[in-house]
Design a protein around this ligand. Sequence first.
Ligand SMILES: [Zn+2]
Length: 275
Amino acid sequence: MHRRLFLQALGCGCLSLGFSSCSTVPITDRKQLKLIPEAKLNAQAASIYEKIKQKEKLSDDNKQLNEIKEIGKRLEDSISEYFYRSNMDDPTAGFDWEYILIDNKKVKNAWCMPGGKIAVYTGILDVTKNTNGLAAVMGHEVAHAVAKHSVERASSRVATNVVIQVTDILSGGKLSTVNRTTGMNTVGLLTQMGILNPFSRKQESEADYLGLIFSSLSGYDIREAPKLWERMKKSRKGKETPEFMSTHPSADNRIKKLNEWMNEIILKYPPIKQT
Ligand SMILES: [Zn+2]
């Protein structure tokens, strides 16, 4: 009972707590809870990222990696430029961007850790197919980081006092199944950062929306985004990948929304000219 009241106070947020634990997501203006210092989470992410670089097999396809870095650079620059021109604080100011391509065809995934540490798995390149498709995926993942979704998630974990029992899960639970079927060596590490747990529906939708905006600002053709999710939907059918690995669920609804936002975003957020 008391606990519920406490959670409600946290949920509606902000004022009742009386200190700066709440902020708003730029552009969407959604209120979010932030109890964990962002710098702390970024540092933690950076150290886990280093371990992942050691444990996973990195691709030697430099041409592909360069494309990833080029898309990333355009996203980085246009995001900063957009916030600069809008006279808003750049949410990526403390980021230390980095990109890796992990050689694992079984994993159709990509992620961006808090602070801008990005990984693309070779498996998702069969689905992205082209530069605009890859930009759509990267725009979406970067949007999670720009909107500080991990900070928010870690904060609500603190608020609800839920502890992820990584060791329990690893000793024969779902995650070790993932490990076996996908050949990922870093399942435990990724779980610590919340990478393998789906974001909330609200956060996913927000990342879709912001991702479209960032891709459009960067000069990519965002009409590829709904096509990409169509391909993603097909590629997932009949695959052995465990259900909860699909960190990006509900394809139909998301495609519908992407199409709804499309024209407005193309008009409102044209490619931003970079100096
Ligand atoms: Zn997402």
